[in-house]
Design a binder for this molecule. Structure first.
Ligand SMILES: Nc1ncnc2c1ncn2[C@@H]1O[C@H](COP(=O)(O)OP(=O)(O)O)[C@@H](O)[C@H]1O
Ligand SMILES: [Mg+2]
Length: 384
């Protein structure tokens, strides 16, 4: 599929990533945050990666959401192994350093399985060897990086990357930059809080949404039988929370309305975008409306407390009580630690709630809080 290119943005960002000023913390890596479905992954693949390569970097890309069942730690290790596989010289050197003088790479006397977390060859050694061999700095791009902290191995990978960063950014090597994206600022913030992890202190930057230039590009390509005014479409795009798919789906819907007078097309397009927004909202809220009163209660309190949410504190338990009484007055369900715990795991199973390995919770989708707010669902939650 053809996409709108964002070359200028990519070059600017790539330059910043690769330039290390002595006063900046950007050698700790960089976080790009933007809501889901607004074009982060597309930008990384189509624009940022080539821009980094043009500036002389070796890019290793790990998408922690590509396979939701895969352990995030394994995915990061897998991305490094995959890059190694195309550098035979590096494999030989690593094998030698692991004490295997005679290496038959094809004969598999050295297996890439030996590279990894707690394996013979650390991520740090592997990345250093890769960078030295290529004579280039490495940029490790981790898409949906918040997933790294949902598993122990993912956490281990972050520690390993911290070590790798320190090693590669020393004067002996060409450097390692880590660029991470995610859709939820609260979650990404958690990755920056731990002193011994790869992202400690890394700047968190709002990744810019697609802009008027994209809308212009979209309108130019559209073939609906009448021109749309980009300024009007941009307003619709804003209403759609900058999600290109909603514009695309609206255009698809119109394509099959036969015999539509040209003069009606702009208004019909606007209506079709509104329909798409409504469909997307209903879709998101469908699960929410199927929750038990207690699950709904826990979700509402979490939505209001945000990054201050402490699931089992006395004040939170009181908030649950108040909400449950308000939404389900007749019920005799009691709120206690064990049924809150159960509600939390049910919410996780329904992919509404995200849990870090250390027991910190957040809404899976930040946008859900505003939808619940719009429906008045958050009114019963007492102020903290
Ligand atoms: N630059 C672009 N040009 C055209 N379509 C885009 C562009 N960026 C994103 N899209 C479309 O928007 C949708 C979501 O993009 P994606 O990159 O997966 O978002 P995210 O990673 O932020 O969730 C995809 O269907 C993609 O094709
Ligand atoms: Mg993505």
């Amino acid at each position: 599929m053809e996409v709108f290119k964002r070359e200028a943005l990519a070059t600017e960002l790539a330059t910043k990533i690769l330039t290390v000023s002595p006063t900046s913390a950007s050698s700790s890596g960089l976080f790009l945050a933007a809501p889901r479905r607004t074009g982060k992954s597309t930008f990384l693949r189509e624009d940022l990666r080539p821009a980094l390569e043009n500036l002389g970097a070796l890019v290793v890309y790990a998408d922690l959401w590509e396979d939701r069942r895969a352990d995030p730690g394994e995915v990061i290790v897998g991305a490094v192994r995959a890059e190694l596989a195309s550098h035979e010289g590096v494999i030989k050197r690593l094998a030698r350093s692991a004490g295997m003088e005679k290496v038959a790479v094809g004969g598999m006397s050295f297996s890439l399985d030996r590279v990894g977390l707690g394996e013979g060859i650390s991520l740090s050694a592997a990345l250093a060897a890769l960078s030295d061999d290529a004579g280039k700095p490495i940029v490790l791009v981790i898409d949906e990086a918040q997933q790294a902290i949902v598993s122990e191995k993912g956490n281990d990978a972050l520690f390993a990357l911290k070590a790798a960063r320190d090693e590669l950014n020393s004067s002996r090597h060409k450097g390692l930059r880590i660029v991470a994206t995610g859709s939820n600022r609260d979650k990404l913030a958690m990755l920056r809080n731990s002193r011994d992890q790869a992202f400690y202190g890394a700047p968190l930057v709002n990744f810019p949404a697609l802009d008027m230039a994209y809308v212009q590009w979209f309108c130019d390509r559209l073939d609906l039988g009448a021109k749309l005014d980009p300024a009007e479409v941009f307003e619709l795009f804003k209403r759609a929370a900058f999600r290109p798919e909603l514009l695309g789906a609206a255009a698809d819907a119109l394509r099959f309305e036969f015999g539509l007078p040209a003069g009606d097309i702009p208004a019909r397009f606007a209506a079709a975008v509104e329909e798409q927004i409504a469909v997307s909202n209903t879709e998101q809220m469908r699960v929410v409306h199927s929750l038990t009163p207690l699950q709904s209660t826990v979700l509402r309190v979490m939505a209001v407390r945000g990054s201050n949410y402490a699931p089992f504190e006395a004040a939170t338990m009181e908030a649950y009580d108040a909400v449950l009484k308000a939404i389900d007055p007749g019920a005799d369900a009691r709120v206690d630690v064990s049924n809150v715990q159960q509600a939390l795991s049910a919410l996780q199973d329904k992919a509404l709630v995200w849990r870090a390995a250390r027991g910190v919770y957040a809404l899976e989708e930040t946008g859900l809080a505003s939808l619940m707010q719009q429906e008045g669902m958050l009114k019963p939650v007492p102020a903290a």
